[in-house]
Design a protein around this ligand. Structure first.
Ligand code: 5BU
Length: 274
């Protein structure tokens, strides 16, 4: 049986990472495989929108470095990330900082743990390019293991949603091989990819998260390519749909988030034969 034919509930008991098990459990309980990409730059717009949409999502994706924080407050970033964590607890979703680490192990450790954002302290999941080789995974994993409290997980970028990206194909195969390396088990939750990855090995389960999702096929004029929830989840076996502008720029974000949730969830149910 392919991983994509198993239910999120079943996978929530067998996934090899604690972060993956927790996410699959949330998805199964809340009946949502929708990740909201909150790509806004004003924290006072973000918080109310996340409060409104929290019940609809399993995961909140951030780009912490696009936000303009008010210089007047003493610790605006810490206050903001604490608020996100509180909302995550309240509405039962996880937080994914879309940081796309891409340096040597030693450098990414500092970028993950420290600096102004202290990503490891508040983001349950982050992602990294495979370009630097397996040291990037080991570096991030060492930091993650020192975080007390909720588990941390990593997604590897195997393929991007944008036109002309260099991922996929042979690059994806090499990225999958890296995720299978000894030692990284328990940390690599899955991939950013456009279709199901791995699963040929018995018991292997990688959660695939996919951006470039719209209610219709299309693009944004800057390389983004949109596919529908039915194509992404139903046809291509991805698990989590990541939606940004389709929700945050809509005049009724709550109503449209429910449309995305429903369509992506039905596509999943069809896939697993429910
Ligand atoms: P959109 O507004 O739904 O197009 O936003 C997509 C989000 O996903 C945005 O934050 C991107 O930075 C992010 N993204 C992506 O679009 N494609 C990728 O391959 C990866 C991330 Br990785």
């Amino acid at each position: 049986q392919k991983t994509s034919q198993k239910t999120y509930h079943t996978r929530s008991t067998t996934h090899k990472t604690a972060a993956g098990r927790k996410l699959l459990q949330i998805m199964s309980e809340k009946r949502t495989n929708l990740c909201l990409s909150i790509d806004l730059t004003n924290p006072s717009e973000i918080i109310p929108l996340v409060t409104l949409l929290g019940p609809k999502i399993c995961l909140l994706k951030t780009h912490i470095d696009i936000i303009s924080f008010p210089p007047s407050e003493p610790n605006p970033i810490g206050t903001f990330t604490a608020k996100l964590q509180e909302l995550a607890r309240q509405h039962n979703f996880m937080i994914f900082e879309d940081r796309k680490f891409a340096d040597i192990g030693n450098t990414v450790q500092e970028q993950y743990r420290g600096g102004v954002y202290k990503i490891a302290s508040w983001a349950h999941i982050t992602n990294a390019h495979a370009v630097p080789g397996p040291g990037i995974i080991r570096g991030l994993q060492a930091v993650a293991e020192r975080v007390v409290g909720e588990p941390r997980g990593l997604l590897l970028l195997a393929e991007m949603s944008s036109k002309g990206n260099l991922g996929g194909g042979e690059y994806l195969k090499q990225t999958l091989a890296m995720a299978r390396e000894e030692g990284v088990e328990g940390f690599v939750v899955g991939f950013i990819a456009m279709s199901e990855v791995g699963g040929e090995v018995e018991g292997e389960d990688f959660i695939v998260m996919t951006p470039g999702v719209g209610l219709e096929v299309g693009g944004d004029g800057l390389g983004q390519q949109y596919r529908t929830p039915e194509e992404v989840v139903g046809r291509d076996g991805c698990d989590v749909v990541i939606v940004g502008r389709g929700i945050v720029k809509d005049e009724d974000p709550l109503a449209v988030a429910e449309v995305y949730r429903e369509r992506a969830w039905r596509a999943y149910e069809g896939r697993v034969g429910k």
